[in-house]
Design a protein around this ligand. Sequence first.
Ligand SMILES: [Cu+2]
Length: 260
Amino acid sequence: MRRSAFLIIALLSVLAVWGGSCSKEKEDFTATTEQNVAPTPGTAANHKPNMAAGSIRGRVILRGEAPRPQKLMVVKDTDVCGLEAQYDERLVVGKNLGIRDAVVYLTGVKGGKPLSSLGSEFVLDQQGCRYQPHVLLIPVNTPLQILNADGILHNFHTFTKKNRPLNLSQPEFLKKMEVAFKYPEFIPARCDVHGWMSGWIVAVDQPYYAVTDIDGNFSLDDVPPGAYVLNCWQERLGEQTAPVTVEPGSAISSTFTFSL
Ligand SMILES: [Cu+2]
């Protein structure tokens, strides 16, 4: 009798643990689903989303066929730079002809979320003799940390029209440098030591900017209702614009199509 009572208690304990883990899974699943269906506008932790705001989502795509990735010749520091094959990142076409590293931005927005909603820490790494990321957004007058994960000599050289041009040597022992940009500008960056290294710093004075992901997707959230111009820039393909009207609480979609 005492043995069967023990067995029943043991069985109930197992069921309780099993039931607990099931409902946990269910909770997690529900949370993920809600997140996917109804994304919260605005990303800054300290920013209260404006419930009347709208959002713009879309893609930047290439018409026709994706070009073959162009392999770069690594002719220097091959023990660090040549560990992986290097490809020209000035035009990277992913799934369904989506274009990576296009910059999509709104002009004409008054008010809305703060510039700080773009983030609080901005890092450009030099890893495998590539700039990572290839295109980086940074608010004006904000420190940009330039890291040297490679531990070899690099040179950070910017080609600017509004900002002060930079030409900074970063020897192997200098793991971090810090710079800032005073004016909004699309700024090419190069390394004079490794001629194939190229990237872009996009200094911005308003937060309605996004860089497309590997599949060409972008999203701009927490946009105050109004009529604006949506701009799309790609370093090789140029710039396009489209008028957009954001209604309160609406989500609109927009696609930019470029040709080579
Ligand atoms: Cu370099």
